[in-house]
Design a binder for this molecule. Structure first.
Ligand code: ATP
Length: 345
């Protein structure tokens, strides 16, 4: 099911939680909504579900205007971080719940419900556990039951709000892979809210980066990591540092000294770069600073560097340095970004 969100605005009292937000989601996409706390991710999910009404704007499921439809009519599957299973029901009863409570006219016959539950148990790899109660399951198993329950009603759209947020890192990683496979097999249009950018980048077909009630960028993991379209996205996704520069006659100048060339822009701007996109050099056309710390980070080594700022608070930058050539704390160092993006030109 395609989902089209057009000029949605949501105010809580006077407070706008979402401003004029538009998105075109294609049928079958796995979409991650990623952004800092309070950026409006859950509000957007609740609007899609029909749990909140927009102040302005519309949401279409396919060609149909869903804005006027009730939660039930929208036929949504939900999984929330703390959306507890029914404790007094077995796994099978939990999964069958959404079908059993349907009015008689729409309710599948009992043998069909049993077959659907059995297929879903197989799909979420929980066959054999159907008679257990939620208290007899691990956290990861419970969330898989929650997903099977959401899928039982054959939803038009699947909404997942931090579904693995309460689980430990290792289980989260396993479930992440599993969810990707599950999505690839079932092909439901899915919105997935997460704080965790690694999760978003690994899982999603496209990531919607949100900040302060607005969409900052929509793109694949490569798009948002390699070509961020704003200082916010550059800083928010992955590690980065930035310094103020001036572009004059295609030269990029930091504190009056050239550190590179550019084809774009003229005048003051902000130069953003990632720790791995630098080269340590002795060349004078470079940034110059003092190493304040050096730490091993898995397969890399990161140096923290203070670059003097004309008597003001120094610029604190982080760069990757060769593993086999650790730099000494207190040493002076020169380096030059080899790949960067300039904003504010
Ligand atoms: P988090 O990652 O912390 O869950 P979020 O990105 O999901 O945050 P929302 O929960 O959508 O953010 O909240 C967006 C903004 O709207 C926040 O500033 C929040 O305080 C406000 N907000 C959300 N729900 C309500 C409500 N029912 N009444 C008033 N303000 C609300």
């Amino acid at each position: 099911m395609d989902v089209t969100i057009t000029n949605i605005r949501k105010e809580f009292g006077q407070f706008p939680a979402l401003y004029d937000l538009s998105l075109d989601i294609r049928s079958g996409e796995l979409i991650a909504l990623l952004g800092p706390s309070g950026s409006g991710k859950t509000t957007l999910l609740r609007l899609i579900a029909g749990l909140e009404q927009p102040t302005a704007g519309k949401i279409f499921f396919g060609e149909e205007d869903a804005s006027e439809k009730s939660v039930q009519e929208r036929h949504i599957g939900f999984v929330f971080q703390h959306y507890a299973l029914f404790r007094h029901m077995t796994v099978a009863e939990n999964i069958a719940f959404g079908l059993k409570v349907r009015p008689k006219a729409n309710r599948p016959p009992a043998h069909e419900i049993r077959k659907r539950v059995s297929d879903l148990l197989d799909m979420v790899h929980l066959t054999g556990l159907e008679k257990r109660y939620p208290a007899q399951l691990s956290g990861g198993q419970r969330q898989r039951v929650a997903l099977a329950r959401a899928m039982a009603i054959e939803p038009t759209v699947l909404l997942l709000d931090e579904p693995f947020g309460a689980l430990d890192a290792k289980v989260r990683k396993e479930l992440r892979r599993w969810l990707k496979e599950f999505h690839d097999r079932t092909g439901h249009t899915t919105f997935f809210v997460t704080h965790d950018q690694e999760e978003a980048l690994e899982l999603a077909d496209r990531v919607v980066v949100m900040s302060q009630g607005k969409v900052e960028q929509v793109g694949t993991a490569d798009d948002v990591y390699d070509t961020p379209n704003s200082p916010f996205v550059f800083s928010f996704i992955g590690e980065s540092s930035h310094v103020p520069v001036t572009v004059r006659d295609k030269m990029v100048l930091f504190q009056g000294e050239p550190i590179g060339t550019t084809e774009n822009g003229e005048g003051p701007g902000e130069l953003f770069f990632r720790p791995q996109d630098v080269v340590v050099t002795t060349d004078s056309q470079s940034l110059y600073g003092k190493v304040t710390a050096c730490r091993r980070l898995a397969g890399t080594r990161i140096a923290e560097i203070d670059v003097a700022n004309n008597g003001h608070e120094p610029y604190h930058l982080e760069i990757e340095v060769p593993l086999d050539a650790p730099v000494a704390v207190g040493a002076d160092i020169r380096f030059r970004p080899t790949r960067w993006k300039l904003f504010g030109q």
